[in-house]
Structure formats: structure tokens, C-alpha cells
Design a protein around this ligand. Structure first.
Ligand SMILES: Cc1cc2nc3c(=O)[nH]c(=O)nc-3n(C[C@H](O)[C@H](O)[C@H](O)COP(=O)(O)O)c2cc1C
Length: 197
């Protein structure tokens, strides 16, 4: 099983990144083939709305999304992580998400779109935030990412976690919310690995 993990925090060793990497370590030990990227280190521009991807199966922009494109197509599991910024994902993550528009092909009836990605993919989405009850306050993010990944891009299954109580320079993985998210997230990924074998 191939896993592509994307960290949308500008802090490349922050809590979001550390939590993603813990899950990847478990997945790798269980036999998964993993790729990890910090969006902060990549050059991914905003979608220009040129609509080239609605005429051809490609994007007009020549930036780091070109290298990620085949990895997204091949990944059995996409692991997205972002801190909550002002009640939303970071700008880095939003920019990446908008560029996924390239995987939406024109369909019938006219004006509708369908995913170009193969069926059976899974996704895990991890949000970290400072508010202790962020899992309740920002619950709408789970709905948004379900809509994005399942309804629009055709992912078969998605698990979203919103981990509250993140304090700068403290390790979120050691908190009860952080620990239980890692336990559950690792189980989700290992189960996905098993179903693929
Ligand atoms: C610009 C900015 C906006 C933020 N907005 C929120 C917010 O709306 N709600 C919240 O609970 N935490 C907010 N936070 C806190 C971060 O979500 C939290 O510290 C997060 O865990 C940081 O992740 P990282 O360590 O991976 O960078 C904000 C932090 C920054 C820098």
C-alpha cells in the first residue's frame, strides 16, 4: 500500500508534522510505502482557474504539483494534516486542495464533474488546534473534507480527526486527545493496509 502524507503547517516540526510522522512510522513498520511532504518546502501556486484541466487531463502550471500529481494518483491512502488557522485549514493546505481540481473531469449532465482518480482510495485528515474543545467547535471541517474527498474526488473512505489543546512548544502527542487520535488513526491506517493486502 502506498501512502502520501502532506503537512500543511508552516512549522515543519510542529505538532501536526510530529503526529503525521508517528502514524507513518507505524504504517511503514507494517509494510506501507510512504512519501511525506511539507507544503512549506514546496512551490505550489494558487489555481489560476484557466480551466485547462477541463479540456485535457493536465494542469497548465509548472510547479511542484507536477511531482505530487502521480503520487496522488498512485496513493492508496492520502494523509492530510493541517493546523486550524482562523477556524479553517492553513493557506498552504487550501492552495494544495484547490489544485486537486485538476482531478475533476467534465461529465454528463453538462456542467457536472467526476473524479479522474481510481476507485477504492482512502484518506485520513488530521487537524490540530489550540482550543481544547476544537474537536467540537471545528467539527464542520470533517463535513467539508468528507464532501471534498468522498463526494467530489471519489475516495471510498475517510477518517477526520480534530485534535484540540495544542500549545506551542508542547508535544500534543502526550495529551489524552493526541494519544487517542494516534491510537485510532494508526488503527485506521493499519486496517486500510490489511484490506489492500
Ligand atoms: C495564524 C494562526 C491562527 C490560528 N487560529 C486558530 C484557531 O482559529 N483556532 C484554534 O483553536 N487554534 C488556532 N491556532 C493555533 C494552531 O491551530 C495550533 O497551535 C496548531 O496545533 C499548530 O500546529 P503546528 O504545531 O503543526 O504548526 C492558530 C495559530 C496561528 C499561528
Amino acid at each position: 500500500m502506498k501512502i502520501l502524507a502532506i503537512n500543511g503547517s508552516p512549522r515543519t516540526n510542529g505538532n501536526t508534522s510530529l503526529m503525521i510522522k508517528d502514524i507513518l512510522r507505524k504504517a511503514e513498520a507494517a509494510g506501507a510505502n510512504i512519501s511525506y511532504f511539507d507544503l512549506a518546502d514546496l512551490n505550489i501556486k494558487d489555481c489560476k482557474a484557466c480551466m485547462k484541466c477541463k479540456k485535457e487531463d493536465c494542469c497548465s502550471q509548472n510547479d511542484d504539483m507536477q511531482a505530487l500529481r502521480p503520487l496522488i494518483e498512485e496513493a492508496d491512502l492520502l494523509l492530510l494534516g493541517s493546523p486550524v488557522y482562523m477556524g479553517d485549514q492553513t493557506g498552504l493546505m487550501k492552495c494544495f486542495i484547490d489544485r486537486l481540481y485538476t482531478f475533476m473531469a467534465p461529465a454528463e449532465p453538462k456542467g457536472s464533474l467526476k473524479s479522474r482518480l481510481s476507485e477504492g482510495k482512502r484518506a485520513m485528515v488530521l487537524f490540530t488546534c489550540q482550543m481544547p474543545n476544537g474537536n467540537v467547535v471545528y467539527n464542520y471541517m470533517a463535513v467539508r473534507y468528507f464532501n471534498l474527498l468522498v463526494n467530489m474526488l471519489g475516495y471510498q473512505d475517510i477518517r477526520t480527526y480534530i485534535v484540540g489543546g495544542a500549545v506551542p512548544n508542547e508535544d500534543l502527542r502526550t495529551t489524552p486527545q493526541g494519544r487517542s487520535t494516534l491510537d485510532d488513526g494508526e488503527r485506521f491506517v493499519i486496517e486500510a493496509l490489511g484490506s489492500k493486502a
